[in-house]
Design a protein around this ligand. Structure first.
Ligand SMILES: Cc1cc2nc3c(=O)[nH]c(=O)nc-3n(C[C@H](O)[C@H](O)[C@H](O)COP(=O)(O)OP(=O)(O)OC[C@H]3O[C@@H](n4cnc5c(N)ncnc54)[C@H](O)[C@@H]3O)c2cc1C
Length: 510
């Protein structure tokens, strides 16, 4: 049974809500002069923008399609409520529902020009590091248990530098936190509670889908309706907007009235495989780095191939979009498997005349699903090399943590992508002997498509004045750490604007 059914049926009435009552208001007196800001989406980036705006001199209205944080449930498969992923997306791992800060919750803490997004290019390494430090401190403060920060030491760095060079790979340094899917609800809820306590200027609209945002003079008209109970559409005017709708909301963004006025250029796409292998093959790098970032340039096509989202002793999981199913992975703090899973991704950007990279990766995903009877597909690496379909995993050395249809990935994936992945695994085998064994499992489709790149200021404001776009929907970020950092940048930007407009309206005394 679908967990989050979207009901069909037309809209009935549309009410203009002049001033909804602030729910977090203990002693808050609404100031008619106060500017109003709509924050659409309370995932990783929205939450940290809100943290910055709590208590500021602005009336903030938060909209999210999800239910209030403490009512968000854990994965129904983990809970034993379901055995297979529901036919429609549930709130657990589908992007558009704050995925990564509820699922696995691994946070990259290093300001890097290549890992986790492109904020390094926007604000510089020092500024990004300051923001990542705030994200780290916030998460650690709200964690229900001690969460270790993974920091490689000198000896680890010497070790990986030598091994990577001999394998023809490049290692990129990173520190990270792994909170685990099981700790995520407590951390997010506790951060939000702190914000609420400080933020009498904030009104929450949970279970609410923003249907559209459009310009009305210098203001923005926001139209919204219940997500699960539709038919009560309302609208309101705002002076500023922060849009933080994630990758799941990227398409929605392109449908908005202001979109054509933005300065944009096409984003990239990553097509790859979720690799599952024995944790014994990777235990040395897991112990030293948890997830070493290793990049490789394929000999076959000169494509950049990289690993992403390693989950030592974790689980492969479906990522259910409404009209196709991808694979992903996660791990937990307490429950462990005997496998390691990680993505190997080949990055592509397109030039004229094609400019829809998202459609490209979704089409590959749908072909895989079609061949697999509607879900993900799995193939042994040995069978892929031998050019044959995998028929059964009964006697395979690596036992899968996700039940998927056995098949032949090469019927759906472009040759250059698979060549790049095989070359990558052969190189990685020199660092982690065993990972390129015939028994290694390849799950498909693992695709990451990123929205168009939107030109923004250092505070994430677009060329449309007072419109901020943050997190993955801006395409500047690709993970929780930088998404949250972009939220902090936007929050600061709004505060600066507020103090500037206050200065303008203040009459000099003498
Ligand atoms: C399964 C999975 C696991 C992941 N694991 C990790 C990980 O371990 N570490 C990591 O760094 N990254 C991970 N990621 C990536 C990570 O989720 C994103 O980079 C990060 O969440 C981006 O934050 P965001 O705020 O931009 O978007 P999101 O966190 O996706 O938040 C978007 C929010 O907007 C809301 N929304 C969207 N449209 C509307 C609308 N029209 N009206 C109202 N609300 C709307 C959604 O409900 C959601 O709450 C994972 C992604 C997936 C899919």
């Amino acid at each position: 049974m679908p967990l989050w059914p979207r009901q069909a049926g037309g809209l009935t009435t549309r009410k203009r809500v002049k001033s909804p009552t602030p729910v977090g208001s203990q002693g808050f007196k609404k100031n008619r002069q106060m500017q109003k800001l709509a924050l659409v989406g309370l995932g990783a980036s929205g939450l940290f923008a809100l943290k910055e705006l709590a208590g500021a001199d602005v009336e903030v209205h938060v909209f999210d399609v999800g239910p209030v944080y403490d009512k968000r449930y854990a994965c129904p498969i983990d809970q034993g409520v379901l055995t297979v992923c529901p036919p429609k997306a549930c709130s657990y791992c589908a992007p558009g529902q704050s995925a990564g800060s509820w699922n696995d919750f691994k946070v990259i803490l290093s300001a890097s020009p290549v890992i986790g997004g492109r904020l390094y290019d926007l604000v510089g390494g020092d500024e990004l590091q300051k923001k990542l430090n705030i994200v780290k401190e916030t998460i650690l403060k709200h964690a229900p248990c001690e969460i270790p920060v993974v920091t490689p030491n000198e000896e680890d760095l010497e070790w990986i530098k030598k091994k990577a060079t001999l394998a023809g790979m490049t290692y990129h340094y990173q520190e990270l936190l792994h909170c685990g899917s099981d700790n995520a609800p407590a951390i997010n809820t506790s951060i939000l509670e702190e914000i609420k306590a400080k933020g009498s200027n904030i009104t929450f609209h949970w279970d609410m889908k923003v249907m559209s945002v459009s310009r009305r003079g210098e203001q923005f008209l926001v139209q919204y309706d219940g997500y699960r109970k539709q038919g009560n559409e309302q609208e309101d005017l705002f002076d500023m907007c922060i849009l933080s709708v994630g990758r799941g909301g990227a398409h929605w963004l392109t449908q908005q009235e202001f979109y054509k006025s933005l300065d944009i250029y096409p984003g990239q796409v990553d097509v790859g495989i979720r690799v599952e292998t024995s944790c014994f093959f990777t235990e040395e790098v897991d112990r030293r780095f948890y997830e070493p970032k290793l990049y490789y340039r394929s000999k076959h096509s000169n494509d950049v191939v990289r690993n992403f989202c390693s989950n030592p002793k974790g689980f492969v999981t479906p990522e259910n979009h409404r009209d196709y199913v991808l694979v992903n992975g996660h791990s937990k703090m307490y429950e462990k498997s005997e496998n390691n899973n990680f993505a190997v991704l080949v990055s592509k950007t397109f030039t004229r005349p094609f400019k829809d990279p998202q459609l490209y990766s979704q089409t590959i995903a749908k072909i895989v699903n079609m061949l697999a009877g509607g879900g993900p597909l799995v193939q042994r690496l040995g069978d892929l090399r031998a050019g044959r379909r995998t028929k059964s995993l009964t006697n395979n050395l690596v036992k899968p943590t996700l039940e998927a249809e056995c098949g032949d990935v090469s019927l759906a994936y472009p040759h250059r992508i698979l060549e790049g992945i095989i070359e990558y695994l052969d190189a990685l085998d020199k660092i982690c002997p065993g990972v390129a064994d015939d028994s290694t499992l390849l799950f498909a489709p693992e695709c990451k498509s990123y929205p168009d790149s939107i030109t923004v200021s250092k505070n994430m404001e677009t060329n449309v004045p007072n419109l901020f776009i943050i997190g993955d929907s801006s395409s500047w970020t690709r993970g929780v750490g930088q998404a949250a950092s972009s939220g902090l940048l936007a929050g600061e930007g709004v505060r600066k604007k507020l103090s500037q407009s206050k200065e303008k309206t203040t009459v000099p005394v003498a």
